[in-house]
Write a protein that binds this ligand. Structure first.
Ligand SMILES: *[C@@H]1O[C@H](CO)[C@@H](O)[C@H](O)[C@H]1NC(C)=O
Ligand SMILES: *[C@@H]1O[C@H](CO)[C@@H](O)[C@H](O)[C@H]1NC(C)=O
Ligand SMILES: *[C@@H]1O[C@H](CO)[C@@H](O)[C@H](O)[C@H]1NC(C)=O
Ligand SMILES: *[C@@H]1O[C@H](CO)[C@@H](O)[C@H](O)[C@H]1NC(C)=O
Ligand SMILES: *[C@@H]1O[C@H](CO)[C@@H](O)[C@H](O)[C@H]1NC(C)=O
Length: 514
């Protein structure tokens, strides 16, 4: 089938993933073809799970959940979409699981994003989050808990090696060859060996993702020993040092131009693939208390580096991770430091991140420069403004959030994509006219309105081009024009969303979407 495939500016087709076993089809190809049996509703969706022998991780609790949901979800096409998407990360993306060479107790999980054979900090944290409700304390190697520990340990290693980078190569222990990045190499490679790093875009939300998955694992298991035993404390120290160094503005108070720890440029024809002002980005005010982010969670460059959604997410998970640190023993000062840093960022988001809109009232800006300029938009990728309650930064009922939500879901948001196929937030990464189902899913997570939930679900289930998977983006006038046939995180997020609706709005799973 036809979709264009691109992610992070990298042609996915050029990064074909090695198959699990020689006779197993490459899922990048498999996911572009329809497979029987088709679902029995009007959309006749493909069955998209690899055959059992080709799945990359087996979990009986996930299989039980898929079976249980069959009696909960009444619509056959909606159920098929759940059945395909929920297990997708386990079925296809656990590229390697093992132990650290220097510590046989240290589990490692190399969890790829999908159609590129590399592990993103953000994607892998969120891919695991789709199984969070099934996570419980378990020391066995074949458990969801072990997968979590392996992802956290490998992320800790990556952060200690290259804290400004977003995407990484297989660990040496796996014996897997590094993946060639098809882009021209960046001009500055601050801390990036291409044997370790796949791409080195500094994104604040990547570091927040490490604290997010750590919080998720800790709150579900109370396994404090795990956090004591490996590289978690040192990686958290690296996160703090890296982000504190990026509180810096463009100019010092005496007018001299500050040295900044991260600059980046690439030879490209796309403005979002490089930074202006010789790799420094646009000017930002010093002393705001907001942490800079050179790139967004779409892997596109920011226009103003004081990127509000990532500051929200970082503040929220820095605060929750401070509670892990407090329970570790003899880390009280560090725990307090994390808690206070998180609070200062929250204050700065309130002071600099809220602007007045003549139509919507007080709303959060997407990006600010601290001089008074704001980039007013929202992008589909998480963290976004729409996802602020989903990431736990504020409550859905927060009045500034409600104003913001109305704005970002309207045609006043320059990246809200409209059409007969699907209506959702998109972004520069996949371009004009391409709506992202991921943003539709977050829309469902952030409302109690059954009508809004059902309308949004119907658009998702009817726009997969018959393939029965969640794509990255869809042309709002032509569902056959989509991007990324194998986007593991978006699939898991959809499964997570239906599990949430089962607890919160059961009637929406009993409705028809024909
Ligand atoms: C998953 O189970 C199937 C049998 O149902 C087996 O063939 C396959 O090797 C297992 N996969 C893993 C990664 O253990
Ligand atoms: C790493 O960089 C070297 C030197 O530019 C290049 O020859 C090699 O192909 C790169 N390896 C990967 C995996 O990108
Ligand atoms: C200006 O201030 C910066 C930061 O405080 C300092 O590093 C630099 O030496 C000062 N430059 C001059 C010329 O005073
Ligand atoms: C959400 O509201 C509850 C109840 O009012 C409050 O306890 C909680 O702190 C709020 N959460 C956030 C993230 O503001
Ligand atoms: C829809 O998109 C597909 C894939 O890009 C393309 O082949 C087809 O011509 C498009 N249909 C229309 C009506 O534009």
């Amino acid at each position: 089938m036809r979709g264009r495939t691109f992610s992070s500016g990298i042609l996915a087709s050029a990064a074909a993933v090695a198959v699990v076993q020689a006779q197993c089809p490459d899922y990048s190809t498999f996911s572009q073809q329809r497979h029987e049996p088709f679902s029995t509703g009007k959309y006749q969706l493909s069955y998209m799970r690899p055959e059992p022998a080709c799945r990359t991780f087996n979990s009986s609790i996930v299989e039980d959940t898929i079976t249980d949901m069959k009696s909960v979800i009444k619509d056959p096409d909606l159920y098929r979409l759940f059945e395909n998407s929920f297990p997708n990360s386990l079925d296809t993306a656990v590229r390697w699981k093992g132990f650290a060479a220097n510590n046989p107790m240290e589990e490692l999980t190399f969890l790829i994003t999908g159609d590129i054979n590399a592990m993103w900090l953000r994607d892998s944290a969120n891919q695991m989050q789709s199984y969070l409700t099934l996570l419980k304390a378990d020391s066995s190697y074949d458990s969801i808990a072990s997968l979590y520990r392996g992802v956290i340990n490998l992320q800790a290693r990556y952060i200690n090696e290259a804290p400004h980078c977003n995407s990484f190569q297989p660990p040496v222990e796996s014996g897997l060859a590094p993946t060639q990045n098809q882009q021209k190499p960046d001009v500055f490679t601050p801390d990036a060996s291409n044997q370790t790093v796949f791409e080195c875009k500094y994104e604040l939300d990547s570091l927040a993702a490490f604290l997010e998955i750590s919080t998720n694992y800790y709150e579900a298991t109370n396994d404090i020993e795990f956090f004591k035993n490996f590289q978690w404390v040192s990686a958290t120290n690296t996160v703090i040092a890296t982000t504190e160094a990026l509180l810096i503005g463009t100019y010092a108070s005496n007018g001299s131009v500050n040295e900044i720890p991260y600059t980046w440029m690439r030879e490209t024809t796309s403005a979002t693939e490089t930074l202006d002002n010789s790799g420094r980005g646009n000017p930002v005010q010093d002393g705001t208390g907001l942490v800079r982010s050179a790139f967004r969670p779409s892997d596109d460059s920011t226009i103003y580096q004081l990127f509000i959604p990532a500051n929200m997410m970082f503040s929220r998970y820095l605060d929750s991770a401070s509670k892990i640190m407090a329970n570790i023993g003899n880390q009280r000062n560090l725990a307090n430091h994390m808690h206070n840093f998180a609070g200062r960022i929250r204050d700065a988001v309130t002071q600099y991140g809220i602007v007045n809109d003549p139509k919507y009232g007080q709303v959060y800006a997407f990006e600010v420069d601290g001089y008074g300029s704001a980039n007013r938009m929202d992008d589909a990728n998480i963290p976004s403004l729409l996802s602020a309650p989903f990431i736990g930064y504020l409550n859905v009922s927060d009045p500034v959030y409600q104003n913001t939500r109305k704005y970002v879901l309207s045609k006043d948001n320059p990246y809200f994509m409209r059409g007969p196929v699907i209506n959702a937030i998109g972004g520069p990464h996949a371009g004009f006219g391409q709506a992202w189902p991921m943003a539709s899913i977050i829309r469902i997570f952030t409302t109690d309105d059954s009508h809004e939930i059902e309308t949004t679900l119907k658009e998702i289930v009817s726009s997969t081009d018959g393939l029965g998977l969640i794509h990255e983006s869809i042309n709002t006038f032509n569902q056959s024009d989509w991007t990324r046939q194998w986007f593991s995180w978006a699939n898991g997020l959809f499964g997570q969303c239906l599990l949430d609706l089962k607890e919160r709005k059961l009637s929406t799973l009993q409705a028809s979407y024909q």
